[in-house]
Write a protein that binds this ligand. Structure first.
Ligand code: PAF
Length: 262
């Protein structure tokens, strides 16, 4: 039997969500590779890039304890020997025009560029991604179709803190007050799940958006979309599978989360 490689790409500042991806990879593959690379080309906001948490010593410690076999820790020049300018364009179509694509122009081109390069370096059988970045998972699958990369994409459940906050490296940047407030995002998604009924679902989206704004968030969007293709749903037939998605600023930190509604 040959070696099977499970690959977990990350930008570091590792938390239990990343470790759960590694643990799943370890169950399914004989060799587990993790990359840590804060990819400059996927940040549309320079301040977000400059403030992205870097905790390399504790990351290495966590990876060792989780039994990761290989850590790939490239420099920017190693990943982009010809410079960071995005060459060529992945035709992501509709996926790049909505939600994160709309609010973070260029972000998904940068994500595709780096994951494409990483997969050219690491011949992974399986790629492990977290459901928290729901649209990113779809985009990466699309990039792999376009580039004919033959790696299985395994999407693993979002891990949450006790109060429901989705685990994310950016949570480290929340101050104590902001951290306490952050559970409101998962509560908002759960409210949608509990209250959605067939028919016009725009009033529900609006209600949740306003409630977040009243609680001091600056929401970019509160949306309900087809879980299969992310087309935005305004009128629900009660049948198609839905996902609710939220992006909102809590102070200076932009948080995203989603919840499948069925
Ligand atoms: O989700 C992330 O951490 C990043 O977008 C990824 C997939 C590692 C690419 O830089």
């Amino acid at each position: 039997m040959g070696v099977s490689i499970g690959f977990v790409p990350t930008m570091g500042a590792l938390h239990q969500g990343h470790i759960s991806l590694l643990e799943t990879a370890k169950k399914n593959c004989s060799l587990v590779v993790c990359s840590i690379f804060v990819n400059p080309t996927q940040f549309n906001d320079k301040a977000d890039f400059d403030n992205y948490p870097v905790t390399i010593e504790s990351d290495i410690d966590k990876l060792e304890r989780a039994g990761c076999d290989v850590l790939f820790l490239p420099t920017v020049t190693e990943m982009y020997p010809q410079g960071e300018t995005v060459n060529g364009k992945y035709n992501l179509g509709y996926l790049e025009t909505v939600l994160e694509g709309k609010y973070r122009p260029g972000h998904f081109q940068g994500v595709c560029q780096v994951v494409h390069r990483l997969l050219n370096i690491i011949p992974a059988n399986n790629l492990y991604l977290g459901q928290k970045d729901y649209q990113q998972c779809m985009v990466i699958k699309k990039m792999m179709q376009l580039t004919k990369i033959n790696t299985n994409v395994i999407i693993c459940p979002t891990l949450r803190e006790d109060d429901g906050l989705a685990m994310s490296s950016r949570n480290m940047r929340l101050n104590e007050t902001e951290r306490k407030k952050s559970a409101a995002i998962f509560e908002a998604l759960s409210f949608i799940k509990k209250n959605i009924v067939p028919g016009d679902i725009n009033p529900l989206k609006k209600q949740v958006f306003l409630r977040l704004a009243e609680n001091g968030f600056k929401p970019d969007y509160v949306e309900i979309a087809s879980a299969d293709n992310l087309s935005i749903i305004d009128e629900w037939d009660g049948k198609i599978k839905l996902v609710a998605l939220i992006a909102a600023f809590n102070g200076k930190v932009r948080l995203i989360d989603n919840l499948l509604l069925q």
